[in-house]
Write a protein that binds this ligand. Structure first.
Ligand SMILES: [Zn+2]
Length: 491
């Protein structure tokens, strides 16, 4: 369903230069013939769509970002000390390839273009000196190096800090990093982790938690390209399924372009894009507009929602509402806005699209327990199943409002706790739902969210003061028709 600009020979050549890959390296990684790359770069022959996608994917996985005008390498490091943390994004064009190597070499090894960075670092005088040298050599082409130097220079000599490939994916991971830093820097102190254990201990005993990286290009792939098999319909490439389109685990309209699923055939991709995802996108339209989340298309892909009697859009700076029906509520400063009929939604399809995100990112082995879930999600079977309510809440706004997914998988074989829980987040909007129809669940999970054992296990949800439970069982088409109340900020 993607409209992507065409990848040119120049993109491929400069992408390789940035990663210091030979044509052979690229051919190996993308599983195409060396001649395919060589001929493309010489302008003799454009690879078939399938191969072109593979070439693009492996370069993107290496960190190369493409724009219609060229390519650049984006390296994101997340720096964390006890007193400070922050993301540092370094961007290099192919003229800066040497700078990439030098910067990364300070924290680890670069061997034949492959980088290994040690996560645990110490702010030794030697490291501080190396960073001074880096600034002198490369700061003119890569200004963020100044920030890197500054981050380290304020640490006391020998203080430990972490260099991570990205922001910690979850609260648990962040807490674990903080605990590690504390232990490294204060080896004599016994660490008080009781607070953390009290909050997450029972959860982590009962569930595995995973959260795919959504801040860099990640391709979920269980087999080699020639042996590809769709995880939803089960068709393989050998049986004639095609895998030419880029399948996003999370719809791009929700602002996440990075997480792709190799194991999704074009037919399933088309089905989700036409049937289930439009309902999820419409369901989240107002939230997208409030946050100004960018997808693709005009107005930088920001949603412009048209209703029968008005419209809502984000211009990149602020949220705008136009309506023919605005009125002051009697005796107050509150303005009520009516917009009339908007996009159509099938609530059951919203649920199916949420579950699809979970099934796209979950370990492949888990799918054998979820065959009925897939039949429901992909083919609309088991429609008589009563779906549990989806719990929704508004929480703190994270720095990156694009969509995130956390998947909880129950460890124990027999339990009343749901087998799989999905936690979907779009900016401050949080949705918690159970994946229905798993053969590892012995009941229909209706009311799971209020079950005492669930509450006891997912203690962190108790810190959210107001949950609403949404019934997404309806299979009828309904229309979004928001009534918005504008409350003036108190002076
Ligand atoms: Zn398929």
């Amino acid at each position: 369903m993607d409209v992507e600009f065409e990848l040119t020979a120049e993109h491929v050549r400069s992408g390789r230069a940035l990663l210091q890959w030979s044509q052979g390296d690229l051919a190996n990684n993308a599983e195409v013939a060396v001649s395919t790359i060589a001929d493309f770069e010489k302008g003799l022959r454009v690879p078939i769509a399938n191969n072109l996608t593979a070439i693009r994917e492996v370069l993107e996985e290496g960190g190369v970002r493409f724009t219609p005008g060229g390519s650049f390498l984006s390296v994101a490091l997340f720096l964390m000390s006890e007193g400070n943390s922050g993301e540092l994004v370094l961007q290099f064009t192919d003229k800066g390839a040497a700078a990439v190597q030098d910067v990364l070499s300070v924290f680890g090894e670069v061997v034949e273009g492959a980088v290994s960075i040690a996560a645990v670092q110490a702010a030794t005088p030697a490291l501080k000196k190396a960073l001074d040298d880096l600034v002198a050599t490369h700061a003119s082409t890569t200004p963020p190096i100044h920030r890197l130097k500054k981050f380290v220079s304020v640490l006391i000599d020998g203080e430990h800090f972490l260099v991570l490939p990205g922001r910690p994916a979850s609260t648990t991971e962040k807490l674990a990093c903080e605990e590690l830093l504390h232990r490294l820097n204060h080896p004599d102190e016994t660490v008080d982790t009781d607070g953390v254990r009290a909050l997450f201990g029972s959860l982590l005993n009962r569930y595995d938690m995973s959260s795919p990286r959504t801040d860099r290009h990640t391709v979920i792939r269980s087999r080699t390209r020639s042996e590809r098999q769709c995880r939803f319909c089960g068709m393989s490439k050998l049986e004639g399924a095609t895998f030419d389109k880029a399948a996003h685990a999370i719809p791009t309209a929700l602002g996440n372009d990075f997480l792709k699923l190799a194991d999704e055939c074009d037919e399933c991709n088309g089905y989700f894009g036409e049937v289930t995802e439009p309902s999820l996108i419409a369901f989240l339209d107002l939230q997208r507009a409030f946050l100004g989340i960018q997808g693709r298309g005009k107005n930088e892909g920001r949603p412009e929602l048209n209703f029968a009697e008005g419209k809502i859009f984000h211009d990149g700076k602020r949220f705008n509402i136009h309506s023919k029906h605005m009125s002051h509520d009697a005796g107050t400063d509150i303005i009520s806005v009516g917009l009339g009929k908007g996009s159509p939604i099938v609530l059951a399809d919203v649920y199916r699209a949420l579950v699809k995100i979970v099934l796209a990112v979950i370990d492949e082995e888990e799918l054998e327990h979820l065959s009925r879930t897939i039949e429901w999600m992909r083919y609309g079977k088991h429609a008589d199943q009563v779906l549990p309510a989806v719990a929704a809440a508004v929480v703190e706004l994270p720095p990156n409002p694009s969509a995130q997914i956390i998947v909880y998988r129950r460890k124990a074989e027999r339990s009343r706790l749901p087998h799989i829980i999905g936690e979907f987040r779009l900016g401050p909007y949080l949705y918690v739902f159970a994946v229905p129809l798993s053969d590892r669940d012995s009941w229909d999970l209706n009311g799971f969210f209020d079950d005492p054992e669930f509450r006891e296990t997912f203690k962190h949800y108790a810190s959210v003061t107001r949950w609403t439970q949404q019934d997404l069982n309806s299979r009828n088409k309904a229309w979004l028709s928001p009534q918005i109340k504008l409350v003036p900020r108190s002076k």
